[in-house]
Write a protein that binds this ligand. Structure first.
Ligand SMILES: Cc1ncc(COP(=O)(O)O)c(C=O)c1O
Length: 377
């Protein structure tokens, strides 16, 4: 694995993430968006993304790159994948499920919502019941890894249910794609979105959608916006390799390098192995210090982990964060609505040795802050 070799702080966050020096260096070029080299890079990136999903164009799938952060890709699918008068079923058990509901509300697109508590995965039988009773629903949207907590939703089981009912299936796999093994086709996914700066370990700048070509073609006249028109974006890329609007050329060069590094690590299986090892080291070390996890281990993924804030009166998250940041480690505040938590990500260019040094820094900070009770009660 190429060294980070950087004096930057290590980012134990859900993104932006720590990237390798070689990914950063790949950006030290200026390429014209109509230059043959850039067009070939975009073509290569699109087919490597399909390969990372275990797919190819021959199987009937397409990878579409879209300028903007991950949410732009989510909003694109939500506003393109149902026809006028169509209806979404959004499944929410955290902030990112709720964000999808907010997008649908803002676009005045009809939708139903199944909500589950933030510490419970979505129940596929609830999706089954909703689809059986509401024939107006044309598509279902679910979050793969709910980054609010780190919970993994059972996308393959939900996808099978959606397929049995003949509806379109959309997965927000923002924080999971590239580092969680799953069967894209077994899950009957029509649209999946992630972004350049999550588990592929590129830099921020664009989102991407992996879509079943027939589903993409069906959406040709359904977009509610110009810039987020996925089918038009795909057709532009396919016709002459051109983006419709100024592309993030440097971020795409970095992403091409990041994909080489993903492949060298053994693809999503290899990356999942490194992230899982980092997650296990983190959890063992935090538990040894007395911290409590928010989620039960069986639904906790290896992407990001929520820990309950210690009950000790000397604990204040802002001070804890600042002390760690001063030592070169950036963690993340909590997002859980009913519990006081903070989060530590184990994605990006991090190793088990980095996690061990974070744990040492946490022990040091606890002692400096005079925190003796790390349990939540
Ligand atoms: C599951 C999920 N969905 C959506 C987003 C939003 O992505 P962005 O902040 O890149 O717009 C995130 C960001 O972490 C995420 O984890």
């Amino acid at each position: 694995m190429p060294a980070t070799a950087s004096t930057d702080k290590l980012l134990f966050t859900p993104g932006p993430l720590t990237t390798s020096m070689s990914v950063k260096q790949a950006m030290l070029r200026d390429l014209g968006s109509r230059d043959a080299e850039f067009i070939a890079t975009v073509r290569r990136v699109r087919s490597r993304l399909l390969a990372a999903a275990g797919l190819s164009r021959q199987d009937g799938y397409e990878a579409v790159l879209l300028q903007g952060s991950g949410t732009y890709g989510i909003e694109a699918v939500l506003t393109c994948a149902v026809p006028p008068g169509g209806k979404w079923l959004a499944v929410a058990n955290g902030t990112y499920g709720e964000r999808m509901v907010k997008i649908l509300r803002m676009h005045r697109i009809d939708h139903a919502v199944i909500r589950a508590p933030e510490n419970q995965p979505t129940d596929p039988t609830a999706v089954d019941a909703a689809l059986a009773t509401d024939p107006a629903i044309t598509a279902v949207a679910v979050v793969h890894c709910e980054t609010t907590t780190g919970l993994m939703n059972p996308v393959e089981q939900i996808g099978r249910v959606v397929h049995q009912h003949g509806r379109t299936f959309f997965v927000d796999s923002m924080s999971a794609f590239g580092a969680v093994e799953f069967g894209f086709r077994a899950a009957h996914i029509d649209f999946l979105v992630s972004s350049s700066n999550k588990c592929i370990e590129g830099v921020p700048g664009f989102s991407f959608c992996i879509a079943r070509r027939e589903a993409l073609l069906a959406s040709e006249t359904w977009s509610r916006t110009l810039v987020l028109d996925l089918c038009a974006q795909w057709k532009g890329l396919d016709a002459d390799g051109q983006f419709r609007f100024t592309p993030p050329t440097h971020a795409i060069l970095a992403f091409d390098q990041a994909l080489s590094e993903l492949e060298a690590e053994g693809g999503p299986a290899g990356r999942a192995a490194r992230y899982s090892a980092c997650h296990r080291t983190l959890v063992a070390g935090m538990k040894a210090m007395g911290f409590e996890m928010f989620l039960p281990p069986e639904i906790q993924g290896h992407i990001i982990t929520s820990f309950r804030c210690p009950a000790d009166p000397n604990f204040q998250f802002d001070a804890f964060y600042r002390h760690l940041s001063d030592r070169g480690y950036v963690i993340y505040p909590g997002k859980v609505s009913q519990a006081d938590c903070f989060r530590i990500g184990t994605i990006g260019r991090l190793t088990q040795a980095d996690v061990t040094s974070l744990l040492d820094a946490i022990a040091d900070v606890l002692s400096e802050m005079g925190i003796t009770n790390t349990s939540a009660s």
